[in-house]
Design a protein around this ligand. Structure first.
Ligand code: ATP
Ligand code: MG
Length: 367
């Protein structure tokens, strides 16, 4: 990445509705980027999808890393088509490869509600749900260390170990504290998900790492909450949260729970970040390929578009242009969610393209 005005983006639409929401995302991020003086060089890739798997028997070409050389970010639709590729292959051999090889150790999911989108938490106002989940993406509970002893006997014992490193814990904690510290003064609370009352070795250690890191961030009000009560509070008292940081497993759970409380999975974005920018980061909607509605042109494009807005903000390192492009897109999303047109998951009858066009028109009018 030479300067912060021109970026090379690998575009991977993937499967199912990934292919339908991607054009809407591209249309809008190009519009916003051009309007603030950012040039995007888009590189369309036809791998990491079921069609490629059918033709080649693998998800990625052998030289995939080379093809991504010099790329600043990956804009990703959705992967998975269980009729053709078993889910464990489609996921493990594409997205999870990128995550690992590009050391995308942060999974960031902003969670918020919007006027015009009903959500399932009774008694809460839309503004009550507005927080970010920071999930550790590379280590912890999802390790392959362990095994089965005395297999197929009455004495069968199964062990799966969690593997945490100081390096791994500290870098995700640091990212979360930085995020909280750079938030508006009244939104600088950080909640550390833990389970130190049950997991007696790893989690007290994790709590200690969090406490040690807190010394560097006097402006951040932090606390730790056990994962069980934390899940309950995200439903009962979501207004208590600004930034939540969690290990891989707990973060995985929270980052499905959070978006589920906002009404539709179709609007939620996510980023897999390598914050040092040594490797490309990846931006994708939270939703999957949705085979049940694929091909109908009715998928909600907002998750894809919002993820693109996050990408512009990240690429420019939060400078005023990237931030402006991001904010203009978010504003347009807010307006269209409030006033329509809306896709069927939001109770409307608009197509993916109609909703994308409406957002694009507002973005265009904002510059
Ligand atoms: P995963 O990718 O984790 O395997 P999945 O395949 O279980 O997820 P999705 O593909 O996200 O799940 O679909 C779950 C449900 O949400 C489906 O009924 C799908 O139609 C709906 N859905 C997902 N994304 C959208 C969207 N963008 N617009 C409308 N409905 C959606
Ligand atoms: Mg799926």
């Amino acid at each position: 990445m030479s300067d912060l005005s021109s970026f090379k983006i690998a575009v991977i639409p993937g499967d199912g509705i990934g292919q339908e929401v991607m054009p809407e995302g591209l249309k809008i991020i190009e519009l916003a980027a051009n309007s603030v003086g950012i040039t995007l060089e888009l590189m369309q890739l036809d791998w990491a999808c079921a069609d490629y798997y059918l033709a080649h028997g693998v998800m990625l070409p052998e030289d995939w890393k080379k093809q991504l050389d010099g790329v600043d970010a990956i804009y990703f639709g959705a992967v998975g088509w269980p009729e053709v590729v078993p889910d464990h292959i489609s996921l493990w051999d594409s997205l999870l490869q990128f995550r690992r090889e590009f050391d995308q150790y942060i999974n960031l999911r902003p969670v918020r509600t919007f006027a015009g989108v009903p959500f399932p938490l009774a008694g809460k106002a839309p503004g009550d749900i507005q927080y970010s989940i920071v999930r550790e993406n590379t280590e912890g509970e999802y390790s392959s260390v362990g095994g089965v002893m005395f297999a197929n006997t009455d004495r069968e014992v199964v062990v799966q170990q969690s593997v945490f490193t100081r390096h791994g814990a500290d870098r995700v904690l640091k990212y979360a504290y930085e995020l909280a510290a750079s938030s508006a003064p009244d939104s600088r609370r950080l909640t550390v998900a833990t389970k130190s009352n049950g997991m007696a070795i790893s989690m007290p250690w994790w709590d200690e790492r969090a406490k040690a890191m807190s010394n560097n961030y006097p402006d951040v009000v932090w606390d730790k909450q056990h994962i069980d009560i934390l899940c309950a509070r995200l439903v009962l008292q979501p207004e208590r949260f600004d930034v939540i940081v969690a290990t891989n497993l707990f973060g995985d759970i929270l980052s499905d729970l959070g978006p589920a409380t906002t009404g539709t999975i179709g609007i939620a974005p996510s980023a897999n970040l390598n914050p040092e920018r040594v490797f490309p980061s990846l931006f994708e909607p939270v939703h999957g390929s949705a085979p049940d509605i694929a091909g109908k042109g009715i998928a909600n494009p907002v998750g894809m578009i919002w993820s693109g807005a996050m990408m512009l903000d990240f690429l420019t390192q939060g400078d005023s242009r990237g931030r402006q492009a991001h904010d203009v897109i978010l504003k347009a999303i807010e307006m269209v969610l409030a006033n329509g047109p809306r896709t069927p998951d939001l109770g409307g009858d608009a197509s993916t393209k109609e909703m994308g066009d409406a957002i694009a028109a507002l973005v265009s009018a904002s510059f």
